[in-house]
Design a protein around this ligand. Structure first.
Ligand SMILES: [Fe+2]
Length: 189
């Protein structure tokens, strides 16, 4: 059986997104392909585990379309670290590779009319382990934590280059919404 590679995944996702624009349709068609690319993980490299101590996680870009329409990244999380709640403003799929990451989905209670203010409630906690798939709609708000004592790794696929989007980050305790900081990234060798 030939290996289904990241390049195969990218090419199939480009085909899907050329035909479909509805995010739910894209996610339902993309999820089985994401499971398929996990069958042979020879594309996973030790360098994917490299993390910046300041950021608390490390991003290796595996594919970023020149049209900024498709982004595939491996993200590693240091033990005890994570990110504040944020949105993606595009569809997204995460699949666990190594270790268990805690994904928290948040509900926004306010109507967004007060600039800089957001009132969030943690709604659902999902533990994403190897092979587990989590999907996100553009307005979904989630946070990620690595509660384990080892660096975790997961594969993330988004419908747009996140660096091109002015998306939101939330501080639930301070009830603040602001621009999501740009992440440090490494291009795959
Ligand atoms: Fe995210």
């Amino acid at each position: 059986m030939s290996t289904y590679s990241i390049n195969d995944l990218v090419s199939d996702l480009e085909g899907i997104t050329a035909v479909y624009t509805d995010e739910r349709e894209i996610l339902s068609r993309a999820a089985p392909l994401v499971r398929r690319v996990m069958e042979d993980q020879s594309w996973v490299k030790p360098a994917f585990y490299d993390c910046g101590e300041d950021q608390g996680f490390g991003i290796t870009v595996l594919h970023e379309g020149e049209d900024h329409k498709l982004l595939v990244e491996a993200i590693a999380w240091l033990p005890g670290r994570g990110v504040l709640p944020h949105d993606h403003q595009t569809w997204g799929i995460v699949v666990g590779i190594d270790g268990i990451e805690t994904n928290v989905n948040w509900l926004r209670n306010d109507d967004g009319s007060k600039i800089g203010f957001a009132d969030l409630t943690a709604a659902h906690e999902l533990r994403v382990g190897p092979g587990d798939v989590a999907v996100f709609m553009p307005d979904d708000i989630h946070s990620v934590r690595n509660d384990s004592d080892k660096t975790t790794l997961s594969l993330h696929i988004y419908g747009k280059s996140l660096s091109q989007i002015d998306r939101s980050e939330f501080d639930p305790e301070a009830k603040v919404v602001r621009s999501c900081p740009k992440r440090e990234k490494t291009a795959a060798a």
